[in-house]
Design a protein around this ligand. Sequence first.
Ligand SMILES: [Zn+2]
Ligand SMILES: [Zn+2]
Length: 438
Amino acid sequence: MPISTGLNSRTIRIGIILPEDKTRRVKLSWPADLAVASSHDFDDHITQIALEIEDGKFRLNLESEQVVVDDFMLASGDNLAGLSAEHGVCVDSVVAGRGFHWEKQIQPILPGRLLFSIVDDAILLINELSVESYVACVATSEMGAAAPDALLAAQTIVARCWALASVERKHADLHFDVCNDDCCQRYQGTTYLTDHSLQAAIATENQVLVYENSVIDARYSKNCGGIVEDYTTVWGEPPVPYLIPLWDGPNHPEGFAQHDLEPLLAYQDAYCSATRFQDVDLPAMLGKVDETGSYYRWEVAVEKRVILNNLKRNFNHDWAELFEILVLKRGASGRISHLRLAGENQFGDQVTFDLRSEYNIRRTFSESFLYSSAFVIENLASLEEDDAAELRGAGWGHGVGMCQMGALGMALDGIPYQDILSHYYPGTTLKNLTDEIS
Ligand SMILES: [Zn+2]
Ligand SMILES: [Zn+2]
Protein backbone atom coordinates (compact mmCIF):
# COMPACT_ATOMS: atom_id res chain seq x y z
CA MET A 1 0.00 0.00 0.00
CA PRO A 2 1.12 3.59 -0.54
CA ILE A 3 2.58 5.78 2.21
CA SER A 4 -0.23 7.68 3.86
CA THR A 5 -0.27 11.51 3.92
CA GLY A 6 -2.65 14.06 5.43
CA LEU A 7 -2.59 16.40 2.44
CA ASN A 8 -4.85 14.99 -0.27
CA SER A 9 -3.03 16.28 -3.31
CA ARG A 10 0.55 17.06 -4.37
CA THR A 11 -0.47 20.71 -4.73
CA ILE A 12 -0.40 23.01 -1.74
CA ARG A 13 -2.24 26.28 -1.09
CA ILE A 14 -0.28 28.91 0.85
CA GLY A 15 -1.85 32.01 2.40
CA ILE A 16 0.44 34.94 1.51
CA ILE A 17 -1.62 38.04 2.30
CA LEU A 18 -4.20 37.33 5.00
CA PRO A 19 -7.34 39.32 5.84
CA GLU A 20 -5.80 40.09 9.29
CA ASP A 21 -3.02 42.01 7.49
CA LYS A 22 -5.72 44.45 6.34
CA THR A 23 -3.95 45.00 3.03
CA ARG A 24 -6.16 46.73 0.46
CA ARG A 25 -3.67 47.51 -2.28
CA VAL A 26 -0.78 45.61 -3.88
CA LYS A 27 1.51 45.99 -6.84
CA LEU A 28 2.50 42.95 -8.88
CA SER A 29 5.42 42.89 -11.28
CA TRP A 30 7.38 40.29 -13.23
CA PRO A 31 10.26 40.06 -15.70
CA ALA A 32 9.38 40.63 -19.37
CA ASP A 33 10.54 37.14 -20.37
CA LEU A 34 8.28 35.33 -17.88
CA ALA A 35 5.17 33.72 -19.37
CA VAL A 36 2.25 34.84 -17.22
CA ALA A 37 -1.34 33.71 -17.60
CA SER A 38 -4.20 35.67 -16.08
CA SER A 39 -7.94 35.56 -15.42
CA HIS A 40 -8.14 38.91 -17.23
CA ASP A 41 -6.62 39.25 -20.70
CA PHE A 42 -4.09 42.01 -21.07
CA ASP A 43 -1.45 43.07 -23.51
CA ASP A 44 1.73 40.98 -23.70
CA HIS A 45 4.10 43.86 -23.01
CA ILE A 46 2.52 44.62 -19.61
CA THR A 47 4.77 43.54 -16.71
CA GLN A 48 3.04 45.16 -13.77
CA ILE A 49 -0.43 45.53 -12.34
CA ALA A 50 -1.72 47.43 -9.31
CA LEU A 51 -4.65 45.87 -7.50
CA GLU A 52 -6.85 47.84 -5.14
CA ILE A 53 -10.08 47.17 -3.23
CA GLU A 54 -12.79 49.71 -3.94
CA ASP A 55 -16.45 49.33 -2.99
CA GLY A 56 -16.03 45.63 -2.26
CA LYS A 57 -14.41 44.80 -5.63
CA PHE A 58 -10.92 44.80 -7.11
CA ARG A 59 -9.89 47.65 -9.34
CA LEU A 60 -7.06 46.52 -11.63
CA ASN A 61 -4.82 49.27 -12.83
CA LEU A 62 -3.21 48.17 -16.07
CA GLU A 63 -1.11 50.73 -17.89
CA SER A 64 -3.87 52.67 -19.65
CA GLU A 65 -6.88 50.66 -18.58
CA GLN A 66 -8.84 50.17 -15.38
CA VAL A 67 -10.98 47.11 -14.87
CA VAL A 68 -13.30 46.14 -12.01
CA VAL A 69 -13.42 42.43 -11.08
CA ASP A 70 -14.60 40.26 -8.15
CA ASP A 71 -11.46 38.17 -8.00
CA PHE A 72 -8.23 37.82 -9.92
CA MET A 73 -5.72 35.12 -10.88
CA LEU A 74 -2.17 35.34 -12.21
CA ALA A 75 -0.02 32.27 -12.95
CA SER A 76 3.53 31.39 -13.96
CA GLY A 77 5.16 27.95 -14.11
CA ASP A 78 6.01 26.05 -10.94
CA ASN A 79 7.75 22.93 -12.23
CA LEU A 80 10.62 22.13 -9.82
CA ALA A 81 13.23 21.58 -12.54
CA GLY A 82 12.21 24.83 -14.25
CA LEU A 83 12.47 26.99 -11.13
CA SER A 84 15.24 29.50 -10.67
CA ALA A 85 16.02 32.37 -8.35
CA GLU A 86 13.48 35.17 -8.73
CA HIS A 87 11.30 33.15 -11.07
CA GLY A 88 7.75 34.34 -10.55
CA VAL A 89 5.62 37.36 -9.77
CA CYS A 90 6.84 39.91 -7.21
CA VAL A 91 4.21 41.02 -4.68
CA ASP A 92 5.18 44.35 -3.13
CA SER A 93 3.64 44.21 0.35
CA VAL A 94 3.59 40.96 2.31
CA VAL A 95 3.90 40.72 6.10
CA ALA A 96 6.69 38.51 7.48
CA GLY A 97 7.00 37.67 11.17
CA ARG A 98 3.38 38.44 12.10
CA GLY A 99 3.36 39.37 15.81
CA PHE A 100 7.11 38.75 16.28
CA HIS A 101 9.66 41.32 17.36
CA TRP A 102 10.96 41.54 13.80
CA GLU A 103 7.63 41.86 11.91
CA LYS A 104 8.17 43.64 8.63
CA GLN A 105 7.01 44.03 5.03
CA ILE A 106 8.75 41.93 2.39
CA GLN A 107 8.46 41.66 -1.41
CA PRO A 108 8.51 37.92 -2.19
CA ILE A 109 8.70 36.52 -5.71
CA LEU A 110 6.12 33.77 -6.12
CA PRO A 111 5.90 30.97 -8.70
CA GLY A 112 2.69 29.08 -9.52
CA ARG A 113 -0.85 30.44 -9.29
CA LEU A 114 -1.71 33.61 -7.36
CA LEU A 115 -5.37 33.71 -6.40
CA PHE A 116 -6.71 37.04 -5.14
CA SER A 117 -10.05 37.37 -3.38
CA ILE A 118 -11.66 39.78 -0.93
CA VAL A 119 -12.39 38.68 2.65
CA ASP A 120 -13.61 41.17 5.28
CA ASP A 121 -12.86 44.03 2.88
CA ALA A 122 -9.18 43.05 2.78
CA ILE A 123 -7.03 41.08 0.34
CA LEU A 124 -6.64 37.32 0.68
CA LEU A 125 -3.83 36.10 -1.57
CA ILE A 126 -3.36 32.35 -1.92
CA ASN A 127 -0.35 30.92 -3.78
CA GLU A 128 -1.00 27.48 -5.24
CA LEU A 129 1.94 25.32 -6.37
CA SER A 130 3.39 21.83 -6.32
CA VAL A 131 4.54 20.50 -2.95
CA GLU A 132 8.02 19.81 -4.37
CA SER A 133 8.50 23.42 -5.52
CA TYR A 134 7.07 24.68 -2.24
CA VAL A 135 9.58 22.73 -0.13
CA ALA A 136 12.48 23.82 -2.34
CA CYS A 137 11.51 27.42 -1.59
CA VAL A 138 10.92 26.77 2.13
CA ALA A 139 14.41 25.33 2.59
CA THR A 140 16.04 28.63 1.66
CA SER A 141 13.35 30.78 3.25
CA GLU A 142 13.92 28.95 6.54
CA MET A 143 17.69 28.75 6.11
CA GLY A 144 20.32 30.68 4.14
CA ALA A 145 21.28 29.16 0.81
CA ALA A 146 24.95 29.23 1.91
CA ALA A 147 24.17 26.46 4.40
CA PRO A 148 25.92 23.10 3.85
CA ASP A 149 24.27 20.52 1.54
CA ALA A 150 23.39 18.13 4.38
CA LEU A 151 21.47 20.87 6.20
CA LEU A 152 19.55 21.95 3.09
CA ALA A 153 18.68 18.32 2.34
CA ALA A 154 17.52 17.71 5.94
CA GLN A 155 15.50 20.94 5.97
CA THR A 156 13.91 20.13 2.60
CA ILE A 157 12.82 16.67 3.73
CA VAL A 158 11.51 17.95 7.05
CA ALA A 159 9.55 20.74 5.33
CA ARG A 160 8.09 18.18 2.89
CA CYS A 161 7.04 15.86 5.74
CA TRP A 162 5.47 18.66 7.74
CA ALA A 163 3.48 19.88 4.72
CA LEU A 164 2.39 16.42 3.61
CA ALA A 165 1.45 15.24 7.11
CA SER A 166 -0.71 18.37 7.34
CA VAL A 167 -1.59 17.77 10.97
CA GLU A 168 -1.88 21.30 12.28
CA ARG A 169 -4.36 22.79 9.75
CA LYS A 170 -4.30 26.22 11.34
CA HIS A 171 -6.05 27.96 8.45
CA ALA A 172 -8.87 25.63 7.41
CA ASP A 173 -11.43 28.44 7.83
CA LEU A 174 -9.80 30.43 5.00
CA HIS A 175 -9.39 27.37 2.72
CA PHE A 176 -5.64 27.25 2.42
CA ASP A 177 -3.20 24.65 3.78
CA VAL A 178 -0.41 26.76 5.28
CA CYS A 179 0.50 30.43 5.68
CA ASN A 180 3.74 32.07 4.54
CA ASP A 181 5.06 32.71 8.02
CA ASP A 182 6.61 31.15 11.13
CA CYS A 183 3.08 30.25 12.26
CA CYS A 184 3.39 27.42 9.70
CA GLN A 185 6.64 27.36 7.68
CA ARG A 186 8.48 30.41 6.45
CA TYR A 187 7.95 30.68 2.68
CA GLN A 188 9.19 33.54 0.51
CA GLY A 189 8.79 31.99 -2.92
CA THR A 190 11.87 31.86 -5.12
CA THR A 191 13.31 35.08 -3.65
CA TYR A 192 16.40 33.44 -2.13
CA LEU A 193 16.53 30.28 -4.20
CA THR A 194 19.99 29.34 -5.49
CA ASP A 195 21.20 26.55 -7.77
CA HIS A 196 22.70 24.98 -4.66
CA SER A 197 19.38 24.85 -2.77
CA LEU A 198 17.49 23.76 -5.87
CA GLN A 199 19.92 20.87 -6.24
CA ALA A 200 19.22 19.84 -2.63
CA ALA A 201 15.50 19.73 -3.44
CA ILE A 202 15.97 17.80 -6.68
CA ALA A 203 18.39 15.36 -5.06
CA THR A 204 15.91 14.55 -2.27
CA GLU A 205 12.74 14.75 -4.38
CA ASN A 206 9.90 12.73 -2.84
CA GLN A 207 12.03 11.62 0.15
CA VAL A 208 10.05 11.50 3.38
CA LEU A 209 10.37 10.15 6.89
CA VAL A 210 7.83 7.48 7.70
CA TYR A 211 6.53 6.08 10.97
CA GLU A 212 4.00 3.25 10.93
CA ASN A 213 3.16 3.75 7.23
CA SER A 214 2.50 7.49 7.52
CA VAL A 215 4.58 10.53 6.69
CA ILE A 216 5.67 11.96 10.04
CA ASP A 217 4.52 15.21 11.56
CA ALA A 218 8.03 16.67 11.41
CA ARG A 219 8.05 19.57 13.86
CA TYR A 220 11.19 21.69 13.99
CA SER A 221 12.39 24.92 15.53
CA LYS A 222 15.34 27.27 15.37
CA ASN A 223 17.37 26.30 18.44
CA CYS A 224 16.49 23.72 21.11
CA GLY A 225 18.95 25.16 23.65
CA GLY A 226 20.82 21.87 24.21
CA ILE A 227 18.00 19.35 24.76
CA VAL A 228 15.27 18.60 22.24
CA GLU A 229 11.90 19.11 23.92
CA ASP A 230 9.12 16.53 24.26
CA TYR A 231 6.01 16.98 22.07
CA THR A 232 3.70 16.79 25.11
CA THR A 233 5.42 19.72 26.87
CA VAL A 234 4.38 22.02 24.04
CA TRP A 235 1.20 20.51 22.61
CA GLY A 236 -0.04 18.19 25.39
CA GLU A 237 -1.21 14.60 25.14
CA PRO A 238 -1.12 12.21 23.41
CA PRO A 239 2.66 11.84 23.02
CA VAL A 240 4.23 11.37 19.59
CA PRO A 241 6.73 8.46 19.65
CA TYR A 242 9.34 10.17 17.43
CA LEU A 243 9.10 13.66 19.04
CA ILE A 244 10.81 12.87 22.32
CA PRO A 245 13.47 14.50 24.53
CA LEU A 246 17.08 13.91 23.52
CA TRP A 247 20.47 15.45 24.09
CA ASP A 248 21.35 17.57 21.10
CA GLY A 249 25.05 16.83 21.22
CA PRO A 250 27.64 14.24 20.25
CA ASN A 251 27.78 12.69 23.72
CA HIS A 252 25.47 12.07 26.60
CA PRO A 253 26.95 14.71 28.91
CA GLU A 254 27.97 14.02 32.47
CA GLY A 255 26.78 16.29 35.23
CA PHE A 256 23.69 17.73 33.60
CA ALA A 257 20.09 16.63 34.00
CA GLN A 258 17.01 17.16 31.90
CA HIS A 259 14.24 19.42 33.29
CA ASP A 260 16.73 21.39 35.46
CA LEU A 261 17.54 24.55 33.55
CA GLU A 262 19.91 26.39 35.86
CA PRO A 263 22.82 23.90 35.54
CA LEU A 264 21.91 23.21 31.90
CA LEU A 265 22.69 26.82 31.04
CA ALA A 266 26.37 25.90 31.47
CA TYR A 267 26.15 23.04 28.93
CA GLN A 268 28.21 24.15 25.91
CA ASP A 269 28.73 20.94 23.97
CA ALA A 270 25.44 20.88 22.06
CA TYR A 271 25.33 20.82 18.24
CA CYS A 272 23.41 24.12 18.41
CA SER A 273 25.80 25.83 20.86
CA ALA A 274 27.08 29.26 19.87
CA THR A 275 30.64 27.99 20.39
CA ARG A 276 30.31 25.91 17.18
CA PHE A 277 29.55 28.89 14.98
CA GLN A 278 32.28 31.30 15.94
CA ASP A 279 34.08 31.01 12.61
CA VAL A 280 31.14 30.69 10.22
CA ASP A 281 29.00 33.30 8.51
CA LEU A 282 25.87 32.51 10.49
CA PRO A 283 23.52 35.06 8.86
CA ALA A 284 24.30 33.56 5.43
CA MET A 285 23.29 30.14 6.75
CA LEU A 286 20.30 31.08 8.87
CA GLY A 287 18.07 32.96 6.47
CA LYS A 288 17.49 36.61 5.93
CA VAL A 289 14.58 37.64 8.15
CA ASP A 290 15.98 37.40 11.66
CA GLU A 291 17.79 40.49 12.77
CA THR A 292 18.85 39.55 16.26
CA GLY A 293 21.53 36.99 16.92
CA SER A 294 20.48 35.47 20.24
CA TYR A 295 19.84 31.78 19.85
CA TYR A 296 21.49 29.32 22.20
CA ARG A 297 21.73 31.52 25.30
CA TRP A 298 20.13 34.89 25.86
CA GLU A 299 19.33 37.48 28.48
CA VAL A 300 16.21 39.60 28.45
CA ALA A 301 14.91 42.12 30.98
CA VAL A 302 11.13 42.21 30.94
CA GLU A 303 9.47 45.08 32.76
CA LYS A 304 6.64 44.25 35.14
CA ARG A 305 4.54 46.78 33.23
CA VAL A 306 4.89 44.60 30.09
CA ILE A 307 3.72 41.47 31.91
CA LEU A 308 0.74 43.33 33.41
CA ASN A 309 -0.18 44.85 30.02
CA ASN A 310 -0.06 41.41 28.41
CA LEU A 311 -2.23 39.91 31.15
CA LYS A 312 -4.83 42.52 30.35
CA ARG A 313 -4.50 42.36 26.57
CA ASN A 314 -4.34 38.57 26.20
CA PHE A 315 -6.39 37.29 29.14
CA ASN A 316 -8.49 40.25 30.24
CA HIS A 317 -6.98 40.30 33.75
CA ASP A 318 -6.56 43.88 34.93
CA TRP A 319 -3.97 43.72 37.71
CA ALA A 320 -2.40 46.59 39.63
CA GLU A 321 0.66 44.67 40.89
CA LEU A 322 2.69 41.54 40.27
CA PHE A 323 4.42 40.04 43.32
CA GLU A 324 5.49 36.57 42.46
CA ILE A 325 6.31 34.30 39.53
CA LEU A 326 6.21 30.61 40.36
CA VAL A 327 7.54 27.97 37.96
CA LEU A 328 5.38 24.85 38.40
CA LYS A 329 6.48 22.61 35.52
CA ARG A 330 9.36 22.38 33.10
CA GLY A 331 9.86 20.09 30.12
CA ALA A 332 13.06 18.14 29.45
CA SER A 333 14.76 21.13 27.75
CA GLY A 334 13.91 23.41 30.68
CA ARG A 335 11.01 25.02 28.80
CA ILE A 336 8.35 26.10 31.26
CA SER A 337 4.93 24.68 30.47
CA HIS A 338 3.12 25.77 33.64
CA LEU A 339 3.77 28.98 35.54
CA ARG A 340 1.79 30.84 38.20
CA LEU A 341 1.63 34.61 38.58
CA ALA A 342 0.56 36.11 41.92
CA GLY A 343 -0.39 39.74 42.35
CA GLU A 344 -3.08 42.20 43.23
CA ASN A 345 -6.03 43.20 41.07
CA GLN A 346 -7.37 46.73 40.67
CA PHE A 347 -9.69 46.24 43.72
CA GLY A 348 -6.76 45.37 45.98
CA ASP A 349 -7.57 41.63 46.13
CA GLN A 350 -4.73 39.06 46.18
CA VAL A 351 -5.05 37.02 42.97
CA THR A 352 -3.22 34.32 41.02
CA PHE A 353 -3.27 33.35 37.35
CA ASP A 354 -1.80 30.22 35.73
CA LEU A 355 -0.14 30.21 32.31
CA ARG A 356 -0.35 26.63 31.06
CA SER A 357 1.50 26.63 27.75
CA GLU A 358 4.91 27.68 26.48
CA TYR A 359 3.09 29.78 23.87
CA ASN A 360 1.16 31.79 26.48
CA ILE A 361 4.28 32.17 28.61
CA ARG A 362 6.27 33.51 25.65
CA ARG A 363 3.64 36.05 24.73
CA THR A 364 3.20 37.17 28.34
CA PHE A 365 6.91 37.69 29.06
CA SER A 366 7.69 39.91 26.10
CA GLU A 367 6.36 42.91 24.25
CA SER A 368 6.23 40.74 21.13
CA PHE A 369 7.21 37.08 21.66
CA LEU A 370 9.96 35.73 23.90
CA TYR A 371 12.65 33.52 22.27
CA SER A 372 11.54 30.51 24.30
CA SER A 373 9.95 29.58 27.62
CA ALA A 374 13.24 28.02 28.83
CA PHE A 375 14.37 30.67 31.27
CA VAL A 376 15.30 31.30 34.88
CA ILE A 377 14.50 34.57 36.62
CA GLU A 378 17.64 36.02 38.12
CA ASN A 379 16.08 38.46 40.55
CA LEU A 380 13.03 36.47 41.60
CA ALA A 381 13.51 37.16 45.30
CA SER A 382 13.67 40.90 44.85
CA LEU A 383 10.99 41.18 42.21
CA GLU A 384 8.77 43.21 44.53
CA GLU A 385 11.16 46.16 44.41
CA ASP A 386 12.48 45.76 40.90
CA ASP A 387 10.88 47.15 37.78
CA ALA A 388 12.03 44.35 35.52
CA ALA A 389 12.36 40.59 35.71
CA GLU A 390 15.80 39.60 34.45
CA LEU A 391 15.50 36.42 32.43
CA ARG A 392 18.39 34.16 31.47
CA GLY A 393 17.28 31.67 28.88
CA ALA A 394 18.06 29.00 26.31
CA GLY A 395 16.98 28.30 22.77
CA TRP A 396 14.68 29.87 20.25
CA GLY A 397 11.30 28.37 19.40
CA HIS A 398 9.37 25.43 20.84
CA GLY A 399 12.40 23.11 20.69
CA VAL A 400 10.51 20.01 19.49
CA GLY A 401 11.84 17.82 16.65
CA MET A 402 14.72 19.00 14.48
CA CYS A 403 16.79 21.80 15.96
CA GLN A 404 17.69 23.80 12.86
CA MET A 405 20.89 25.20 14.34
CA GLY A 406 21.81 21.79 15.73
CA ALA A 407 21.29 20.34 12.26
CA LEU A 408 23.61 23.07 10.97
CA GLY A 409 26.19 22.16 13.63
CA MET A 410 25.96 18.48 12.62
CA ALA A 411 26.23 19.32 8.91
CA LEU A 412 29.32 21.45 9.60
CA ASP A 413 30.80 18.40 11.36
CA GLY A 414 30.36 16.43 8.13
CA ILE A 415 27.42 14.33 9.34
CA PRO A 416 25.19 13.22 6.41
CA TYR A 417 21.54 14.30 6.25
CA GLN A 418 20.28 10.74 6.80
CA ASP A 419 22.02 10.67 10.20
CA ILE A 420 20.86 14.19 11.07
CA LEU A 421 17.26 13.12 10.44
CA SER A 422 17.52 9.88 12.41
CA HIS A 423 19.06 11.84 15.32
CA TYR A 424 16.10 14.22 15.56
CA TYR A 425 13.31 11.77 14.63
CA PRO A 426 14.31 8.48 16.30
CA GLY A 427 12.48 5.36 15.15
CA THR A 428 11.48 6.78 11.74
CA THR A 429 12.66 5.52 8.34
CA LEU A 430 13.59 7.48 5.24
CA LYS A 431 11.48 6.42 2.22
CA ASN A 432 10.49 7.61 -1.19
CA LEU A 433 6.87 8.75 -1.50
CA THR A 434 6.47 6.46 -4.48
CA ASP A 435 7.55 3.39 -2.43
CA GLU A 436 4.94 0.82 -1.64
CA ILE A 437 5.04 -0.36 1.96
CA SER A 438 3.70 -3.59 3.23
ZN1 LIG B 1 0.10 29.58 9.59
ZN1 LIG C 1 19.69 22.11 19.50
